[in-house]
Design a protein around this ligand. Sequence first.
Ligand code: AMP
Ligand code: ZN
Length: 413
Amino acid sequence: MKLYNTLTKRKEKFVPLTEGHVSMYVCGPTVYNLIHIGNARPMIVFDTVRRYLEYKGYEVNYVSNFTDVDDKIIKKSVEEGIPAEEVSRRYIAECKKDMADMNVKPATTHPLATQEIDGMLDMISTLIDKGYAYAAEDGTVYYRTRNFKGYGKLSGKNIDDLEAGHRDIQVTGDLKEDPLDFVLWKPKKEGEPYWDSPWCKGRPGWHIECSVMSKKYLGDEIDIHAGGEDLIFPHHENEIAQSEAANGVPFAKYWLHNAFLNIDNKKMSKSEGNFFTVREIGEKYDLQVRRVFMLSAHYRSPLNFSADLMEAAKNGLERIVTAAENLRRLSGHAAAEDMTAAEQALYEKSEQYVRKFEDAMDDDFNTADAVSTVFELVKFCNTNASSENSKAYLNALSERVDLLSGILGIIPE
Ligand code: AMP
Ligand code: ZN
């Protein structure tokens, strides 16, 4: 199995750190609103990666966080006159409902940033002790970016170019030693949620949250770290700097990033206002249609949301469902129980679709080809199944359709 690693910028053979096991961390959403279908792309894509790894026999420890303390959550709590925890609690529940609706399996662990503050204080202290971080006068703790020699290795950015860019926008009165330094801990403002710390009452920066949750639930070194491509810089670059400086070992072996879901060729985003929530789309289309649509493109290619593509996904799904129902109906009425030699030969012929499906998925999770292969399999079933066939043969074909659909998270019912 090969996957494209953003860190090395090439397709690599997948070899997990521990044979038979995969540790995987996927950056989750900030919970201040209903998720939009752009946010659903990493959820569906990496859930499919997980399902495929499980199909291949790996035991997958899948961790995906909820960022439940953030400026946007605080803004919403002020607007609505309710505590920030109430905002995040509400939208975590809504997000889990949307995930279930899209047949995204719950993670092994869904940690919440606000429940992991102790680990963050520990990692920040370690970084200070090792000279990778410092507390400024006002209690803000910054990461000393230049001290981390590998900075820029994920995003391919050069630290001097970054510095030149930052210098233009540096604000006077900034307490940083260097414009490139980023926040690990920041002092609270009036009315904001806060925690005690050795430096000031305050709250964590966003990047430290994922480094700490990944360490706690998966260990210092992990197999796969994933998220949308907007997270490569600075979020994932900063996670690497924090984790590797604190733990003294490489952080993630493989970095996977999905391309954007666009509308009119522009990234769908809450801040641009050009989004549809998963809920809105759910009123028009079956949950499965969203899944077929999302997987009909390779995860590293941009995908443009359009009614036409949704209709195409709907038709495709109908083909799968109709074929699966047909097989079940025929099996229910089949006169003969056992497979004949001719049926056995046909069943073996249908094995080619399983191999083709695996070849597609082994090639950096090419779900577009995998979906097409399921269409080919159902076409084969439509041509080669009738009321003359045995129950055993019809059931075996039906299981094959269920198996491949199931890896894509599509339930052919
Ligand atoms: P956010 O809540 O903005 O931090 O996003 C949560 C996850 O959704 C991250 O992995 C983002 O990269 C991803 N994401 C946000 N918008 C899009 C989009 N339009 N297309 C694909 N992924 C997205
Ligand atoms: Zn993250």
